[in-house]
Design a protein around this ligand. Structure first.
Ligand SMILES: [Zn+2]
Length: 128
């Protein structure tokens, strides 16, 4: 079960997709699932750090598309770039540095979008 312990977020993600497709869950469940997925992809999924340093992209293991590795300098580097628009080009490069990180980033963005969509659902004729 060790492997599953690392990749549990994908199971939640699958449930979230199924929830949207069947539209059977209700917005509260969708918002909750989106929150859990977003947390997983941005802060928990196993990926490479990828923070740009003097020696190029960092190759240490890290958790979450937005978090760096154990090096303190890398830890919040990507997260901080969100609030620093002149670094967005670099952030995008680091979030899509390879297939697994890109997938995690796309999953995280989807989770955020799905959370917003579920929250705004009443405005589009859906109900809470
Ligand atoms: Zn690093």
């Amino acid at each position: 079960m060790r492997g599953f312990g690392k990749y549990w977020g994908w199971a939640v993600f699958a449930v979230l997709i199924a929830g949207w497709l069947s539209l059977d869950f209700g917005p509260v469940a969708l918002v909750a699932l989106s929150g859990v997925c977003g947390f997983y992809f941005f802060f928990n999924v196993p990926v490479w750090c990828g923070a740009t340093g003097r020696g190029g992209a960092c190759r240490n293991n890290s958790h979450g598309a937005l978090m760096g590795c154990h090096l303190r300098q890398h830890k919040w580097q990507k997260f901080r770039m969100i609030f620093w628009s002149s670094r967005w080009a670099q952030l995008r490069q680091e979030l899509f540095q390879d297939a697994s990180t890109g997938l995690a980033s796309v999953g995280g963005l989807f989770a955020v979008t799905s959370g917003l969509a579920a929250t705004l659902q009443p405005l589009f004729g859906g109900g809470w």
